[in-house]
Design a protein around this ligand. Structure first.
Ligand code: NAD
Length: 247
């Protein structure tokens, strides 16, 4: 049986990725800093899904999860992420550092711990969740866009260093997704309509759009894809010329 670890899986995109993986036959380890959320998500998924409370930016927490999980995972999805909204002029260095610590350093810590084990086996897939914010920073998003741009770069770096040892490392950049941390934004019907209407596919994304992409990158069908950032956004990052005034 194949195995997958998903960080930040106590809800939102991470839970959906874990659910789809479980339905596809993976034994799934859900990791989240929030004990209650992660155990509830693992219980909703059922089967042999296991929940672990762990801070993805703590080396000792991640090592403990991997020891308890037992198998060396076939797939790691680095999905844990946070945002601290507010204009840069009002961001504290502490809030900025926290976002970098979870989104970037956490991604490095979990990937390194898992890759060390995968390299011994000579196979494995790592998927890092970035954001379209990495290439198009949203005003008021604090350290979030910079942290995700760094994760995109780290993905390429990991793919170079670990590719020769049998690993594939890729990223997924979600667009406007009506789930997880963005769900409160899209709870407003006016915002839903406006933002959905700005997407070439004329709809917001859903968690399953990201879960499907993650399962594809995890699969053998993606066996020659390494160091790629898969943008899953209904075409929105390519739509800048739609803003061009025309007669
Ligand atoms: N929802 C979107 O529109 C969207 C768009 C682009 C990118 N993303 C990215 O997708 C990923 C999932 O986001 P989401 O929307 O599901 O958000 P979410 O807030 O619902 O889920 C994130 C989860 O990560 C957990 N977490 C936070 N800090 C952690 C830590 N230190 N260690 C372990 N777990 C931790 C949280 O408890 C939470 O359950 C994030 O990396 C986010 O940046 C989301």
């Amino acid at each position: 049986m194949k195995t997958m670890i998903v960080t930040g899986a106590g809800g939102g995109l991470g839970e959906q990725i874990a659910l789809r993986a479980s339905q596809a036959g993976y034994r799934v380890g859900l990791v989240d800093v929030d004990e209650q959320k992660v155990q509830a998500a693992a219980a909703r998924i059922g089967g042999n899904a296991v929940g672990f409370r762990a801070d993805a930016s703590s080396e000792s927490d991640i090592e403990a999860v991997l020891d308890q999980f037992g198998d060396v995972p076939d797939v790691l999805v680095n999905n844990a992420g946070i945002v601290r909204f507010g204009p840069l002029l009002e961001q504290s260095a502490e809030a900025f550092r926290k976002v970098v610590d979870v989104n970037l350093v956490g991604c490095f810590i979990a990937a390194k711990a898992v890759a060390k084990r995968m390299v011994k086996r000579g196979s494995g897939a790592i998927i890092n969740i970035t954001s379209i914010n990495a290439v198009h920073p949203g005003p008021g998003a604090g350290a979030y866009p910079a942290s995700k741009a760094a994760v995109a770069s780290l993905t390429q770096h990991m793919s170079l260093e670990w590719g020769p040892q049998g690993l594939r490392v890729n990223a997924i950049a979600p667009g406007f997704i009506d789930a997880g941390m963005s769900a409160p934004i899209y709870a407003d019907p006016k915002v839903r309509k406006l933002r959905g209407g700005a997407v070439p596919q004329r709809r917001l994304g859903v968690a399953d759009d990201i879960a499907n992409a993650a399962l594809f990158l995890a699969s053998e069908q993606a066996g020659y894809i390494n160091g790629h950032e898969l943008v899953v956004d209904g075409g929105v990052v390519n739509s800048v010329l739609l803003q061009l005034p025309r007669d």
